[in-house]
Design a protein. Sequence first.
Length: 204
Amino acid sequence: MTRAATAAATREKVLVAARELFITSKYDEVKAADIARAAGVAHGLVFHHFGSKQGLYGEVLCTIGREVLDLHVSDPAVPLGKRIRQSHRAHLTYLAAHRDLALNLVLRPWGAEEPFDAVRDDGNRKLCENLGLDFERPAVRAVLRMYTTAADQLARDHLTSEHPFDVDLVVEMLMTVLAGALRAARVADPSLEVEQVLVELARP
């Protein structure tokens, strides 16, 4: 194995070990030595590859975020309403299958972890591509961030409730919140054309 391949393998082992520890323990409780021990590598390699524990934590969040983003359905051949519903359903299914990961890492408030906020914005950009909207328009950006916060809270309640709503019902709740967010964007920016999008979102 080449030096580069060895370094890449070591980095991946550290990342996998850190992910498992951050899922099951609070950030402050996880020490670099714990990560190194779990990965089976020298303590210094944790910092060599990621700079700091915070840097490693950020990379864990971004890796998870990319996994979630890959669930989004972007096929333009699929009608818009069905496309967004499929994305929501895949997202909820993923969170339910990785409950500890969801509650301890993914479903955190905006501003709790800056690297993951960037991943959320990437998700909103993908959503905007589906909706035919420009995420850089201030009104669109503001309401989609608001929507993401509401969606995370709804998902958190779904995972922690003793009597959770049916997944399909949660998907329809999310669609209703999304439609409301787009109407709110139009309040802030009357030139925003969202009528056709709202019509398409209403179609199952």
